[in-house]
Design a protein. Sequence first.
Length: 364
Amino acid sequence: MIDCKIYSKSFPYHLWQVLAGFSMLHQQRIIKLSFVESNELLPHLMFRVSINQTSVIFDLNDGYDDFREAHSDYVDFYNNLLSSCSFLFKRSFSALINSEFKESSKVRPLCLYYKTTLKGCESHKFNFNIDLKSNIVTQVRRIPIKSNEKSFASLDYRNFELAPKHSEQPKILFLARMWEPNLKNENPNMQAHSDLKNEERHIINETRAKLIITCRHEFGSNFIGGVSNDAYSAKKYKQLVASSKITNKFNYMKIVKNSDICIANMGLHSSNGGKLPEYVAASKCIVTEKLHYEAPGEFVKNKNYLEYESVDKCIENINFLIENPDVRYQMMLNNFKYYNDYLRPDRIVLEVLFTTLNVTNLNF
């Protein structure tokens, strides 16, 4: 049995997917899992794991420039980090950026990220090492109330799963959120960084707005789309705000499962957005903006998704899938296979174990 020790003081929701994978493997008796209090000051959304005494770091950040204290020299930052571990598994993985690091071979891709979890996962238990407010929020989320879209019940990994299915009249889906571009920084040396991130948010918002407006016009009642209702969206994109009946997480996943072609676009820090893997888990056809980061395994253009760099190209891709049901169904099968080979939480962690221990054949 593989011994895994997780070192962390808190479990923000970006970590839940991987922690669920560890818990699943523990339940399957593939690993022996334990948690150790850590005083190490790793950056936010990172944690360390000892796998048979081999030190591994998980990095669930959106990109390489998320760290306010390190954005101006991320190369030195990652070089120091890599000197303290055998491998670093990174959610937003770029071989080109990694080539700047002294020990670039230590950086490996971690699978696509989305907010999902597992009942009984360690991240949901009362943790004496974190503040009371965080513990209270965690315990509230354990209450399986259908109106609580942030409850663990709505985020259970099984809620996202669906086998491929044929449809005579394909439904198209694009539900998103807008990002308020109001980042500020009192440090003059950081202002340029904040300005770039504000511009990125503006571009993301405008792309999402144009996609929704165009799809409404092109596909009519076969399209479901809109943005989440918040103060910023209600003020700036009022005509695009969707009903809470469809943006609630429980209802949203029902809509995903009843859709055939799902649209994705770039997330913050040029990340692969969180909806992309939700579509994969539900075995959907995907039309996505160009991906800036790589995923493990063969998650590739024209096999698992079609790619666009403009709204017109997005519409063209959707029409191609509508007109070619065999291509549509094959893409669904490809994503069903990818999910079960690489993206299910336990498979994500198994890939880490295979890489870390250089194991090619385990008897499960």
